[in-house]
Design a protein around this ligand. Structure first.
Ligand code: S3P
Length: 178
């Protein structure tokens, strides 16, 4: 059922806060794939990476999408930044809804995340370099599946959300026309 609104983008691009704003606006549920996984495993994402490794975490992301494929409710979905990297996941995302890419520059991401310790992939001595490296690989992948791209640098959560709402995207909007 292609009835979900899905937010994709790099770590720190605002997917979680924007998803909460949209869920309040459209009065529907929100699902954050990281939180879904944390609940299932009773562990934080960083603990899952440490205990089981990244591949194990990526398999859980795919499981979460399979769960959403069978879910009939209209849901706003905030995805983990690495979730669209698997082709299998991109196909699943496309089959369940409209995809909105929250784009942010590497400098903006670095400013937002430099004091954050919750992202295992960024726990390195040169965080800025790591962000640049990952963004370069991921940007074309995010862009390749997005139905809508929103530039987020310097914008508030409310401004970004209002841009999404005014784009009146796809079937989701047709069912929630306000
Ligand atoms: C990851 C992003 C994180 C989380 C995990 C891996 C990534 O989610 O899924 O740390 O590979 O970009 P956020 O994008 O919500 O930070």
């Amino acid at each position: 059922m292609k009835n979900k609104l899905i937010l994709i983008g790099f770590m720190g691009s605002g997917k979680t806060t924007v998803s909460e704003y949209l869920a309040r606006h459209y009065q529907c549920e929100v699902l954050d794939t990281d939180k879904w996984i944390e609940q299932k495993e009773s562990l934080k994402v960083s603990e899952i990476f440490t205990a089981h490794g990244e591949e194990y975490f990526r398999n859980l992301e795919t499981k979460c999408l399979e769960f959403l494929t069978d879910e009939e409710k209209d849901i706003i979905i905030a995805t983990g930044g690495g979730l669209p990297l698997r082709e299998e996941n991109r196909l699943l995302l496309r089959s369940i809804g409209q995809i909105i890419y929250l784009e942010a520059s590497a400098d903006e991401i670095f400013t937002r995340l430099k004091d954050d310790k919750s992202r295992p992939l960024l726990n390195t001595s040169n965080q800025q370099e790591k962000i640049n490296e990952l963004i370069k690989i991921r940007r074309p992948i995010y862009g390749s599946i997005a139905n809508l791209t929103i530039e987020t640098d310097g914008k508030t959560c409310e401004e970004i959300s209002k841009e999404i709402i005014s784009a009146q995207i796809g079937r989701f909007y047709a069912k929630h026309p306000r």
